[in-house]
Design a protein around this ligand. Structure first.
Ligand code: AMP
Length: 192
């Protein structure tokens, strides 16, 4: 099993690059944001709970997110591995993921972090707002809050993986194929 955490701020290109990693390594892509959006669309209890947090650009509480992620993993018993996209977003989620995987005799191979500067991120998010249909992309205040939440709560998660020797950075600006190649190389050169 290969489990990868794909990491980066909103607009870093995680969704696009996750699709390419899926194709190359035949993994299952688990995006917690996508799963929440699906639940909102289907008006599930989970969707109703998540909506107010997402609309404001805040994080859905850890307990709810962790439980959801674990049941998604368990729903794919034949998976060769997972790309976790948008998870973990807090240190508590990172700890929960480690102990969940340990209980299954598995582990994270590596966190791949996409590095994109702030000016490029703002431009990309403004552009995405025109087509994504996402309420949290359309409101500049919500976008600003998401970036703030990322810096405050999520960025420290990179340090968690770095401390455990499981962190690799990839420059996330330029041609999409080149970025994919950088990601493949970083993953394949990673020791663990
Ligand atoms: P994303 O599609 O990854 O940008 O996520 C959209 C929104 O879903 C976030 O702004 C959060 O409100 C919520 N969300 C997604 N993943 C998580 C997570 N791991 N923990 C808490 N909230 C999350």
């Amino acid at each position: 099993m290969i489990h990868i955490v794909l990491f980066g701020p909103p607009g870093a290109g995680k969704g696009t690059q996750a699709a390419r990693l899926v194709e190359r390594y035949k993994l299952i892509h688990l995006s917690t944001g996508d799963i929440f959006r699906r639940n909102i669309k289907d008006s599930t209890e989970l969707g109703k709970l998540a909506k107010s947090y997402m609309d404001a650009g805040n994080l859905v509480p850890d307990e709810v997110t962790i439980k959801m992620l674990e049941s998604e993993v368990e729903a794919h018993p034949r998976a060769k591995g997972f790309i976790f996209d948008g998870f973990p977003r807090t240190e508590k989620q990172a700890l929960a993921l480690d102990s969940f995987l340990t209980s299954r005799n598995e582990k994270i191979k590596c966190m791949l972090a996409l590095i994109v500067d702030d000016a490029e991120l703002s431009a990309r998010l403004l552009n995405r707002a025109k087509t994504s249909g996402r309420a949290d992309d359309a409101d500049p205040e919500v976008v600003a809050n998401r970036i703030d939440v990322y810096k405050r709560e999520t960025a420290p998660v990179a340090e968690y993986y770095n401390k455990h020797g499981k962190y690799a950075e990839v420059y996330g600006v330029g041609n999409m194929d080149d970025i994919s190649k950088r990601l493949f190389k970083a993953l394949e050169e990673h020791e663990q």
